[in-house]
Design a protein around this ligand. Structure first.
Ligand SMILES: [Cu+2]
Length: 243
């Protein structure tokens, strides 16, 4: 069994050094809060970490998945992720607002949301992209909006999505180093989602996490310091079959 006090102390100092990045501390749907996974879970005594809807991962450095690892299972829900224990309750058509604990100004890039039919193992998830945002206006990115909105970002659950259990994957791809090969940084966050409603549409097929991106995709090797007015989104086309 891990020693709670000693490891919590280490975690606190480690998180202070690296807290410039962030994680999704939770979501709201219709003003109801559901907690996500806090990476500090790792330092709790075995079995005593709080149960949340978020997938726990080995992201205690609040770090990222580098493009060299985009072909691995880690790109699904962050490093060595384990299924969340709770679910966010929502109706098809509801707005889900993600609360990041913080985010650095310098880490501009797109925010992309996916859903997958629920599976308990990251490598079994098959993703359909439901929304994506990037450049708002010259040199202003959706990550700037996130910071301006108290570190929040929202997406809408497709209104005709069939009721059932899903995993929602909310991701920021930071592009501050992306002019270099292997310089982009993916910050995927997964949470379990229980959808109700009378919708009829199921994602017919999705994309395995390990097939979403390649390190030389134009949206992964991208100059964020130029004056681009459009952004070549990486990953599959938007799935609109339940809109
Ligand atoms: Cu960074």
């Amino acid at each position: 069994m891990r020693s709670h006090a000693i490891f919590f102390g280490l975690a606190t100092s480690f998180l202070e050094l690296t807290s410039a990045h962030g994680f999704v501390s939770g979501v709201t749907v219709n003003d109801k809060w559901t907690a996500g996974s806090d990476p500090v879970w790792f330092y709790y005594a075995e079995g005593s970490a709080p149960a949340t809807a978020g997938w726990d991962a080995l992201n205690q450095d609040i770090g990222f998945i580098e493009p060299a690892n985009f072909g691995t299972s880690d790109i699904n829900c962050h490093k060595s992720a384990k299924v969340g224990k709770n679910f966010i309750d929502a109706k098809a058509g509801d707005k889900v607002t993600f609360y990041w604990n913080t985010w650095p100004d310098s880490h501009k890039g797109p925010i992309i949301n996916y859903i997958a039919p629920f599976k308990a193992t990251a490598g079994d998830l098959s993703w359909s992209k439901i929304s994506q945002d990037s450049i708002i206006s010259s040199n202003t990115w959706v990550t700037d909006s996130l910071i301006a909105n108290n570190f929040t970002s929202s997406t809408t659950i497709p209104k005709n999505l069939k009721a059932g259990d899903y995993v929602i994957r909310h991701e920021i791809i930071a592009l501050h180093g992306a002019t270099n090969d292997n310089g982009a940084q993916a910050y995927p966050q997964c949470l379990n989602l229980r959808v109700t409603g009378s919708g009829k549409a199921s994602p017919s097929s999705g994309t395995a996490g390990s097939k979403l991106y390649k390190r030389n995709d134009p949206g992964i090797m991208f100059n964020v310091y130029g004056s681009a007015t459009s952004y070549p989104y990486p990953g599959p086309q938007l799935w609109t079959g339940a809109n």
